[in-house]
Write a protein that binds this ligand. Structure first.
Ligand code: NAD
Length: 483
């Protein structure tokens, strides 16, 4: 693997994401030789840490995520880390940061290549981007920036943030990260759809009745109540992860696997995304909040949550496209806190066919993304000893050994940033379209709130969300497959 020279600056170097995901992933890439002799990482945050203290943190992060490591390797890797105490709102700190980056560029022969990673609270993204531009932090080689989610709070704020970032970076150098696109089974959607005649040939409204996507979380808002109350399930999960999945399921076949062709196919599809009217939002969407139990708080009683909050901890909805292979097929989705279990699952529900047995089931294709990784197709056969039809699953799954080798989503996506492959990142025009959809739903809900009659279903914790979500289906023969 090619050794890529680069100075990486992580804004938020003392944070949870850096510790749990970025440092272990960078170590794995270091071990594979992708970044090796000619790289340095500057971790920045407000705390007055020393280089040595950051190196200890990096070393801890690796030990917490790896069973066995070569201590010399860990030490050698950690020696590439430098800490810069930095308040992102203070101009002078950027001048010091630039000086350190230039020194390290010389020391590590990084050829002027810079990678900026925004691993901080999203409200700082715009400020950082503006200072990078004003203080000329970019180097003379490649300059790339990774932006965490959420990218904006609505279309207007996303446009503003994009403007601030594009002042210093070209669209091709902006990596809007969504770690779902690094997941094994999400990366399996395209090969499943395009390499199997059995699947490819039925991928149309003629055979597919509907598609259902569930991103179920077991936990409540925990310590994030204050942030979550300004966001909600629609912005937190649908705007990014669910729409990425929908796009992969509904896009036309790209002409090849290049990043440009994949994004072209996605953009072609998204032009035909139907943006719901307020009436459609009322009919096709359900928002909910979890109730309390003997041992847990109701959402409205969680710390830092407004007791009159209208923020949804659950949303179910429907969308459709007017073009693409599954034009007109309803795509139902739901996500929320305090489901009965943590699971990400996609069900492709096929239409029934008339048959002489009468009682045959429809074939469904299910993709389990988390916590298991498998695809299964339900199939009908005959019962052995008695008349009638028996239903079985044909399963495509990975062994435990194979799963153990699957890289974490962050490792995959960081690798892609280093090798400049933006296939699995969100292009601005895609993100813009997602926000147009989300804004339409949020605006309709806001009007309901202002009229004083918001319909917010209250649901029992640790089940499958509010029963009202059973009513969003177009026909009485449709229902949630995963119950
Ligand atoms: P965090 O709160 O743990 O870390 C925030 C970091 O920002 C800390 O290093 C903190 O010291 C620093 N910081 C705060 N104010 C600062 C200031 N004024 N100047 C300089 N530094 C300052 O947050 P996190 O969980 O690491 O999340 C970071 C980003 O990653 C967010 O956008 C989040 O949505 C995204 N993300 C996180 C995870 C995760 O697993 N933690 C997963 C997906 C996405």
């Amino acid at each position: 693997m090619k050794n890529i020279p680069v100075i990486m600056i992580i804004f938020g170097g003392s944070g949870d994401l850096a510790h749990r995901k970025l440092y272990p992933s960078l170590f794995n890439l270091y071990e594979q030789g992708l970044i090796h002799d000619n790289f340095a990482v500057i971790g920045t945050a407000r705390r007055p840490w020393s280089h040595e203290y950051l190196r200890e943190q990096v070393s801890d992060a690796i030990h917490e995520t790896h069973d066995q490591v070569d201590e010399n390797e860990v030490k050698a890797f950690a020696s590439h880390f430098y800490y810069q105490s930095h308040d992102v709102t203070n101009v002078e700190h950027y001048v010091t940061l630039k000086k350190l980056a230039q020194e390290l560029d010389d020391r590590y022969s990084a050829q002027g290549n810079c990678l900026f990673y925004m691993a901080m609270a999203p409200r700082f993204f715009g400020t950082i981007a503006t200072h990078i531009n004003d203080q000329h932090l970019t180097g003379s080689g490649f300059n790339r920036i990774v932006v965490e989610k959420p990218f904006g709070h609505d279309l207007v704020s996303a446009e503003q943030l994009n403007k601030e970032i594009t002042a210093s970076f070209d669209e091709n150098d902006i990596f809007r990260i969504d770690h779902y696109l690094g997941k094994e089974m999400i990366q399996n959607i395209m090969p499943m759809r395009f390499t199997n005649p059995l699947i490819k040939n039925i991928w149309s409204g003629e055979y597919i009745k509907n598609i259902q996507i569930t991103l179920a979380e077991r936990l409540g808002v925990e310590a994030r109540g204050g942030y979550y109350d300004t966001s909600g399930a629609l912005r937190d999960m649908v705007q990014n992860h669910i729409f990425q999945i929908i796009t992969l399921l509904a896009m036309p076949e790209p002409k090849d696997l290049s990043s440009d062709s994949v994004h072209q196919a996605k953009q072609e599809l998204l032009k035909s995304l139907i943006i719901p009217t307020p009436e459609e939002v009322k009919k096709n969407f359900v928002r909910g909040q979890y109730l309390g139990s003997d041992t847990t708080f109701a959402y409205k009683k969680e710390p830092n949550v407004d007791p009159d909050s209208t923020t949804e901890t659950y949303v179910a909805g429907k969308t459709k496209f007017t073009s693409g292979p599954i034009a007109g097929v309803p795509i139902y989705f739901r996500t929320g806190k305090e489901f009965k279990e943590k699971k990400t699952r996609i069900d492709i529900v096929l239409k029934h066919i008339n048959n002489p047995y009468g009682q045959a089931h429809s074939n469904n294709i299910t993709i389990e993304v988390d916590p298991e990784s498998k695809i299964y197709i339900t199939i009908n056969g005959k019962k052995i000893d008695e008349p009638g039809i028996r239903r079985e699953d044909l399963t495509y799954a990975f062994s435990k050994e194979e799963m153990a080798k699957v890289p974490d989503g962050y490792e995959r996506l960081l690798h892609d940033v280093f090798v400049n492959d933006s296939t699995n990142f969100t292009h601005w025009s895609e993100l813009k379209r997602y926000w147009e959809f989300i804004d339409a739903v949020e605006d309709a809900w806001q009007k309901e709130n202002e009229a004083g009659n918001p319909e917010i279903a209250q649901y029992l914790p640790y089940r499958m969300g509010p029963k009202e979500a059973d009513n969003i289906f177009e026909s009485p023969t449709e229902h949630w497959i995963y119950e």
